[in-house]
Design a protein around this ligand. Sequence first.
Ligand SMILES: CC(C)=CCC/C(C)=C/CC/C(C)=C/COP(=O)(O)OP(=O)(O)O
Ligand SMILES: [Mg+2]
Length: 344
Amino acid sequence: METDVHSLTTCQMGLSSLGSSAVMNVDDEVEKLLNGEGLEVNKEFDSAPAQVQAVALRKTVTYIVCAVIFNEKNEVLMVQEAKENCYKKWYLPAGRMEEGESIVEAMRREVKEEAGYDCQPITLVLVQEQGPEWIRFVFLAEITGGSLKTPAEADSESLQAEWWDQESPLTLRGQDILRLISAALKYREKPWHPVANPIDIGCHVIVQRLLLTFSSPDGTLWLLLGNTKELHLPLAVSSKTHTVTWAANRLVQETMPSTYSGLDVNTVGILGLQHSGREPGRTDGLCMNTLVTLEHTWQGPHTSLPPPVENPRFQWNTVENHRLREQIQQRLTTGSLLPVHSLC
Ligand SMILES: CC(C)=CCC/C(C)=C/CC/C(C)=C/COP(=O)(O)OP(=O)(O)O
Ligand SMILES: [Mg+2]
């Protein structure tokens, strides 16, 4: 027990109170992420599967983009599919990202091809993932030009587009889009998280940068930091066999193995999503900057403190900078973050 207390006392030196450049670096990283900015992805990861290979679009990863666009009557833009397996069924403008595209370019291309309109993103409203093989990016977007695709313009991309009042009967290609429409409508009615559009920073793998927090009952806020070279927010690479957000669990498992089974790791949402697809095979990855909470699943004598770190490459630090602490706590209590749904 003494070891625990000692290690925690050592760690109670706060970010700012240390005053070193290493700590300033973390404050700086946190500040940028809270502002929705990105950070370059260092190639040295803090947690990764045994083999880390660059992901390749359409080979090891499929990104799907999807747009929810409303008109002034709150009708939603729908497209009638031309593909054999869903012929004449209706869906949101959506499709697979192509090599060399950014996420926004892919979304705009799909809307143009399938619905006839030019558009621009308002914000991402939802990211869904089924592990690193399938990730779907859902935008709330608005029209900037073009015209509704008519049946006379039918081609292999779609048969036509229409505005749907969401009540008239319509044969849908999949019920999955109802959740996407609701997410976009909720944001349109009340923008409940800051605008979150992709940040143009390339990465070769699918990785999470973690703002991994522990909150003590007295209001102390702790961050788990990597300490190799300089203190930094940990980077956890996803593995093929799990959901993308499971990488946070692996990092906790590796860092606090004795207590892991009594801990709850919860990815609350995304602060920013980094991607640049310009160099196929080299920048097909992405980095999700996520806000994650760690909690004890039961309450006991020592559960007001973060679980002891058993791996020398990591440490807990308290957030001493008041402004940063309040901002993180506010984002945690209001849940004002881009949601990420892990579907398997
Ligand atoms: C993470 C997650 C929810 C993944 C599953 C998404 C999903 C329902 C995939 C199946 C359908 C699919 C491949 C849509 C792509 O759009 P499309 O078939 O319209 O592609 P295209 O326009 O490029 O032909
Ligand atoms: Mg499509």
